[in-house]
Design a protein around this ligand. Sequence first.
Ligand code: ADP
Ligand code: MG
Length: 238
Amino acid sequence: MGQIELKGVTKRFGDVEVIPPLDLHIGEGEFVVFVGPSGCGKSTLLRLIAGLEDVSGGHIEIDGQDATDLPPAKRSLAMVFQSYALYPHMSVRKNIAFPLKMAKADQATIDAKIENAARILNLTDYLHRRPGQLSGGQRQRVAIGRAIVREPAAFLFDEPLSNLDAALRVNMRLEISELHQKLKTTMVYVTHDQVEAMTMADKIVVLHAGVIEQVGSPLELYRSPRNKFVAGFIGSPK
Ligand code: ADP
Ligand code: MG
């Protein structure tokens, strides 16, 4: 579960091709980080995988099935948004339950999944609170909880930590890495932060103007950057 294949995927906005034909393999259970400067196409690529944007060409396969034309809800993927996307007027419990309510799950299932997500994320004592009564880290965990209850084949993160302060960001990096170790679910994580990429990824995808410059483990990219762009971006001594 959680294998994603991009085959000749392209994206145009009007006349502008922001993603030229691109191939990428994301393996089951991998923690894959898309990294690159602002505007290089990281979010667009993630939104194509999520189905929030239509491809202009090519195919996307999820677990061997052609998912190119599937709507987001049918892709068994869960996007984790920044914590400010929580509903401020709803309790933590209701925020986490929201996707299950939308899917018309029965109440016993909803309760069991909420308890499970809350336990994994250390939110059990906070389920009755509203987002405004939580710390920034707790709010971020609620946003992740909303994805966990869907039991997705893969989690998709778009710069989830960019509105947190530096200390909390370091903390949340560790928490997300630990979550990956616990769940062993595929995670695709977008960031412009090299340190985040180097510390969290099994596999880094370096993007530059919609083109993949290199794919490899943090160590491979550090030791053998393919070109100056990768070396400069990853901070390799070469
Ligand atoms: P990143 O997430 O790496 O900062 P994006 O994927 O957001 O980059 O954007 C890649 C390029 O596509 C940018 O040039 C951006 O202006 C353009 N772009 C993104 N979304 C749209 C859109 N909905 N309409 C037109 N251009 C877009
Ligand atoms: Mg972006």
